[in-house]
Design a protein. Structure first.
Length: 390
């Protein structure tokens, strides 16, 4: 039985309208009836290209992903930008992954692409954030585009690294990566090395494709590959060994594969390794925040964690001194205030930690009386909502 395009569109509209309403509510976006109807039509114009059999198979998560992807297309991005007060939020946690790449680009490539790292001149690396946003709209702030000099055979050439972090698997992801590749290559006409790093905790029964092919019958048209890094596919003991030579592996250790019972041990190893090997405040705090966010111990696990640290305090002397992120921030706040000799030094440090997304509002309120901060609201107001309230 043939179904008319009008009937298909009506079916799609019922499903998408429900998801769009939830998305608008979740982000506290106030659309009037006319604007919401126009946005829905813009989404439908694109989604209608999906075959009905495929559409029916898509979960709400997959469809939400498709909607958010469409928000980044030029037409819908411009429409959203025209509505006052509408801003697409991005997870500060995802932004910290990008910040890790920026701070540890050399170590990142030495860890995951050691053969390429030997040919790259990391002193020449330029992060083209503004250019990337200009290409794909103002919502891709968690992606990275890096221009870097590299020796290829006997020549020195400039190449581009397109990097993306994903916190969950999505259908059509390979197509999305291909779209990005096309836009970047069209703009720059340079070799584009694409990387997608998945930080989710699931064990994939079926890997997502790392290739996007296109053909017309027997005639091949396109054969695009990207480099997929699935951290959960690495064994934790492998990363512990790698961390002996490349301490950045400590930060990614909590994202690897290990039994649930080992969570307190993995967290202890990761934090101790970070504190021991990275003394720079920003670098250390960024990596610490990744571990703290990834492994949030329950009360029983905290008891095991603390007993383990106390019993092995010589081996884990770094984490023994800083037994939590709050203790770490407390220490740094006191240290900075003492060095500066005035409250402004302490407040400036706390503001920076908030701006980096490392310190939340609740954490600031918790440690404020311990460091002599009488009015934490001034720092929160100064950062205009950049704080994550947990």
């Amino acid at each position: 039985m043939n179904i008319s395009i009008e009937s298909i569109k009506a079916l799609y509209k019922i499903k998408l309208e429900h998801l769009l309403n939830n998305l608008l509510k979740k982000n506290s976006w106030n659309f009037n009836t006319k604007d919401k109807a126009e946005l829905l039509e813009l989404i439908l114009d694109k989604i209608i290209n999906i075959e009905i059999n495929e559409f029916i198979k898509l979960s709400d998560i997959d469809l939400n992903y498709q909607i958010l992807e469409l928000f980044e297309t030029e037409k819908i991005s411009n429409f959203l930008a025209s509505i006052e007060g509408i801003k697409i939020k991005r997870s500060n946690y995802d932004i910290r992954h990008k910040e890790t790449l920026r701070l540890f680009l050399r170590e990142y490539f030495e860890l995951f692409f050691p053969d390429l790292s030997k040919k790259m001149n990391f002193e020449t690396a330029q992060f083209l954030d503004k250019e990337l946003i200009g290409l794909f709209g103002g919502h891709r702030i968690t992606d990275a585009l890096v221009l870097i000099e590299m020796q290829i055979e006997d020549k020195i050439e400039w190449i581009l690294i397109h990097w993306e972090q994903q916190s969950e698997r999505q259908k059509f992801f390979e197509e999305r990566m291909f779209h990005c590749f096309c836009g970047i290559y069209f703009q720059y006409r340079k070799i584009v090395f694409p990387i997608a790093m998945f930080t989710d905790s699931s064990n994939w029964e079926k890997p997502i494709p790392d290739i996007y092919k296109m053909s017309l019958m027997k005639y091949p048209i396109n054969d695009y590959h990207y480099n997929l890094i699935k951290l959960k596919s690495f064994k934790a003991d492998e990363f512990e060994i790698l961390a002996n030579k490349n301490p950045l592996a400590y930060a990614y250790l909590p994202f690897t594969d290990y039994s649930k019972n080992n969570r307190p041990y993995i967290k202890a190893v990761a934090i101790n390794g970070i504190l021991k090997n990275f003394k720079d405040g920003q670098k250390q705090a960024t990596l610490m925040s990744l571990v703290e966010e990834k492994i949030k111990l329950n009360d029983d696990e905290k008891k095991i964690y603390n007993k383990f640290i106390d019993y092995n305090n010589k081996k884990f002397k770094e984490v023994y001194m800083f037994n939590s992120l709050e203790d770490y921030l407390l220490h740094k706040g006191r240290e900075e205030g003492k060095e500066e000799g005035k409250e402004e030094g302490r407040d400036e440090l706390l503001s920076k930690l908030i701006q980096y997304g490392i310190l939340s509002g609740n954490q600031l309120m918790k440690i404020a009386p311990l460091i002599g901060l009488k009015d934490a609201s001034k720092i929160l107001d100064k950062n205009n909502g950049l704080t994550l309230w947990k």
